[in-house]
Design a protein around this ligand. Sequence first.
Ligand code: ADP
Length: 471
Amino acid sequence: GGGGTVAAIDLGASSGRVMLGHVGTNELRLRPVARFANNPVRTIDGLHWNVLELYRGALEGLRVAVREEPDLASIAVDSWAVDYALLRGERMLGNPVHYRDERTAAGVAATHHLVSPAELYRENGLQFLPFNTLYQFAADRLGGDLGHADTMLLIPDLITFWLTGERVAERTNASTTGLLAAGGEWNDALIARLGLPRTLFPRLVDPGTRVGPLLARVATEIGAHHALSVTSVGSHDTASAVVAVPMTTESAYISSGTWSLVGVELAAPVLSEASRAANFTNEGGVDGRVRYLRNVMGLWLLSESLRTWQLAGTVFDLPTLLAEASRLTGPVVVFDVDDPRFLPPGDMPERIRQWCRDRDVTPPDSPVALVRTIVESLAAAYARTLRAAGELSGAHIRRVHIVGGGSQNELLCQLTANQTGLPVLAGPVEATAIGNVLVQARAQGLVTGDLEALRALVARAYPPRRYEPEP
Ligand code: ADP
């Protein structure tokens, strides 16, 4: 039936896009209207997101979207998690710091001095990552703008604020701050113990809430009618991606992009000591579901290697490199992709070779061999993490869905099937934007039902490609 159209602004860690999504009872079609690079900038005081450039790209995309679809029903924003802007009134204090910036080490020590890691896990159920928002706040308290700020907005909430003038904290992304209590409200006691002003934290909203109409000035700038709404969705990109995993029961998922998020969907968190020791996270999902997963270093290893080679003067085409890597025969070195040495930007091939030398292993001797090593090592990490997810949560896993840019990587999909011994179902590539679109569309009444109904729609519109495990 009729249906309607919404626009998704999806800011990935390596690129942003604006997509139009047409949704009806039995219809789901997305088309990109704008893509732009997301290149961080290092200045004398550290590594920053170029958030103004991202906002400019988003506005430009919205202008095209409105021109193509004058009856646009709504707009929503998602992005990577944990990072934020500090504001005083309407003014942003400095440029948001990138989670790969090294400043957080001091914040981790200062935070754990106040609250032990074990106690933190019981409070927030989050995987330890040195860049979780609460550690960044501690670093800001030591030397940043926190003392001058009256509001903090996570990145998608910042874009929403610029579009609407409304200050909110969308709940799935807020769960990655480490400052939400089990009930999903701001953890006032923890916030006080960490010495943070409670007034920094705006009103929480669930995905699917109408946040407000566009500011008149913004509506004029993009050529939209003034009643066009901004809706909240699973604004943590992984939360939106999980909405669009075309999975049924007994399925695990891997959201494979710059990061790989590897896990299962649960009704309730797992807060056991074993789960903490295995560094699994319980993040807030859409419709109150729990995203029980672990961050695995991801295709960053590959993209940062390509960037390193490019800086040295050789531009490789990724699909060609992957095709050559899949034809290699013979033993392949497997390294620990989660070693923290791989986190910061810089010469990735050299760090991988050094990891090998540290263990008296012969390092890969060519770009193709290095690519093979990265993909094998990622697949090994996927298999190990999925086994742990099943053991720790009691979930019975019989198939693995891979979504995001990495679902186009045939070698990665096949090796994951081989190493898990399970069928892999690959796609959709743009799961995050699809999840964003579906949650907006449901809020607008263009489609109804629970996540299972939305996933059935995704499975029909984007049938996944199946990889069987090889002996
Ligand atoms: P993010 O949302 O984190 O920015 P994406 O989901 O867009 O990431 O995934 C980006 C990754 O997808 C790239 O780093 C690359 O490894 C992979 N990718 C993109 N295009 C292809 C392709 N044609 N073949 C294989 N892999 C691809």
